[in-house]
Design a protein around this ligand. Structure first.
Ligand code: VG1
Ligand code: CO
Length: 563
């Protein structure tokens, strides 16, 4: 018999910059590779943030989007979990598990949490990004109290525990047991097929027979799904092709790759080029793309008509009973992140369902769901999901849209048009200025805050060509969690005009280096609903740039990306 594996305590020195952002820690791969114990320190900080009594013998889920450095990192996570008293690890086959599937598996297995190795939509490879998300027992991103604790520990860490001799076989499904020389034993690892667990959940939410009829019945529609070489490929193949009968050419870029084929696995009109190109002519009725870790989605109709994520959640809300899950569970509430357009608010008002406006980041929705107050939510950043788990869920959003199409027997475009006719249209766009010097970005935000806080700012008028906007309210968004009264400050600067139009400024919390300034523009039209969004929002953009002096301060003459 082999002798038990040794557990070592290794001295280390802290790093000052391991504060998790909007959703986890993200850095350039070379930071993890070249800074001694950078990875180990963060993993130890995660484990140390969990009380030893809760940790001992507990279950932890480990997933990843398959990007470069995942294999190295998984090995370290497993060796450190064993040395930190975790009793059982559930790891995705080949180390792969999408973010929504991880949330599903954490909940099903009653784990104390999960570590998801991903930098989400950021490019990968030796020159790309790597990252780690930490989710709590409810399956959702850890809240600020937890991430602050992790950060505080990382600033003073002196040692970490590891079982360096532990070797795992990620290719074989099933249980592997390890003997350790310490008091915590035995340590087991289960390699699981997360696609099956996730598919099971979907079968209980949607009417698969109706979807099968829509996708492969006599008068079936044609769809195109782009996994962008992220983790979602196997889920798309199994659920959409094998089970619902879509022909195999309807699923593209479905082999997960370490570098995502050199692309940004970011589902928007700029980066999802394969999908956008193939949707241009009239061949496909429906298209969708997902990000690296499978939590984001972009929905397109025939000819590539975009459903903005802000509209997407509103349309799903208005058609919520096309999804059998909600017929059984009822609808408890709707929510959107603050910068997301107010399209959802109109549906909430009409249906008399409670609406919550939360700060950016999925963690805020989880608390409301756990308290039974929220059923459906969305973010403008291509995130849509419900309370079946605690993450945004790319494939769920696709199945939700297809369910609406199956029930209403209408095209994406007609569903969208009907929605605007019924509720009016919230035009929305986001300008991103990436790789801005951090000090310049912070200074701009500070100056802006002072400017809009001045009493004279309210009632001020801004004119662009024949449009005049008058400021009605301006503030730094602050959120009080209605469940536990936690206050989250500094969540974005808002300027709200008298016609309801909004300009919002925020600094991204997911950058791997430098700063990204985001400007969100939202404007409502009751009647003129068929205009070009960029044209409608151009005056607001001019005002946003003028007030912030963004171009002057950064030397830029336009955003890096418009979504
Ligand atoms: C961005 C989005 C936010 C999203 C977050 C994580 O955060 O704006 O809506 O929840 O990414 O998404 P930020 O702080 O950069 O604006 V994912 O799919 O990258 O985990
Ligand atoms: Co993501």
């Amino acid at each position: 018999m082999d002798s038990p594996l040794r557990v070592l305590t290794v001295p280390t020195s802290p790093y000052p910059d391991q504060r998790p952002g909007t959703n986890g820690l993200r850095r350039k791969v070379h930071v993890f590779q070249s800074r001694r114990n950078y990875l180990h320190n963060f993993i130890q900080s995660i484990f140390s943030s969990i009380d030893l009594r809760d940790r001992q013998g507990s279950t932890v889920v480990v997933g990843g989007d398959g990007r470069f450095f995942n294999q190295t990192a998984i090995e370290v996570v497993v060796q450190m979990a064993a040395a930190n008293g975790v009793g059982r690890l559930i790891v995705g086959h080949h180390g792969l598990m999408s973010t929504p599937a991880s949330s599903c598996v954490i909940r099903k297995s009653k784990a104390i949490g999960g570590i998801i190795l991903t930098a989400s939509r950021h490019p990968a490879g030796p020159d790309g990004d790597f990252g780690m998300k930490f989710n709590s027992a409810n399956g959702g991103p850890a809240n600020d109290a937890v991430t602050n604790k992790i950060y505080q520990i990382s600033r003073t860490i002196e040692e970490f525990a590891i079982c360096p001799g532990l070797r795992l076989d990620l290719t074989t499904l099933g249980k592997q047991t390890f003997d350790l020389e310490n008091k915590f034993k035995p340590f087991t690892v289960e390699i699981v097929d997360s696609v099956e667990s996730y598919a099971n959940l979907m079968r209980n939410i949607f009417d698969f027979a109706a979807l099968k009829e829509l996708l492969s019945g006599e008068n079936h529609i044609k769809i195109r799904l782009d996994a962008m070489h992220g983790v979602l490929g196997p889920y798309v193949k199994r659920i959409m092709c094998e089970e619902l009968g879509c022909p195999s050419n309807s699923a593209i870029n479905c082999v997960p790759m370490e570098d995502f084929g050199g692309q940004h696995p970011d589902p928007n009109l700029i980066y999802a080029t394969d999908l956008v190109d193939s949707m241009r002519d009239a061949e496909y009725d429906f298209g969708a793309a997902f990000d690296g870790d499978g939590d984001r989605n972009m929905i397109l109709g025939k000819h590539g008509v975009l459903v903005t994520p802000s509209d997407s959640v509103a349309v799903i809300a208005d058609n919520i009973f096309c999804i059998p899950y909600f017929q059984h569970s009822g609808v408890r509430g709707f929510a959107r992140s603050m910068p997301t357009s107010a399209a959802l608010d109109r549906v909430a008002k009409a249906t008399k369902i409670e609406l919550y406006e939360t700060p950016t980041g999925w963690k805020f929705f989880g608390n409301l769901m756990d308290a039974g107050r929220l059923s459906l939510c969305g973010e403008e950043s291509f995130g849509t999901s419900a309370d079946h788990l605690r993450e945004k869920d790319g494939l769920w959003a696709v199945l939700a849209w297809l369910s609406i199409m199956a029930t209403r027997r209408q095209s994406v475009e007609d569903i969208l048009k009907d929605h605007w006719i019924k509720y009016g249209r919230n035009y929305f766009t986001r300008y991103d200025y990436a790789n801005i010097d951090i000090d310049t970005a912070c200074e701009m935000m500070e100056d802006l805050e002072l400017l809009i806080a001045d009493k004279s700012f309210v009632k001020q008028r801004f004119a662009v060509e024949d449009k005049i906007y008058q400021v009605e309210k301006a503030d730094n968004f602050e959120y009080t969690d209605p469940v536990d009264s936690t206050i989250s400050r500094n969540q974005g600067l808002r300027i709200i005009f008298s016609d309801g139009s909004r300009i919002i400024y925020r600094l991204s919390g997911t950058c791997s280096d430098g700063a990204t300034v985001r400007i969100y523009l939202d404007s409502y039209e009751k009647e003129h609903i068929f205009q070009d969004a960029q044209v409608v929002l151009a005056p607001l953009a001019t005002i946003a740039v003028k007030i912030s002096q963004l171009h002057h301060r950064t030397g830029r003459n336009g955003p890096s990306v418009i979504t």
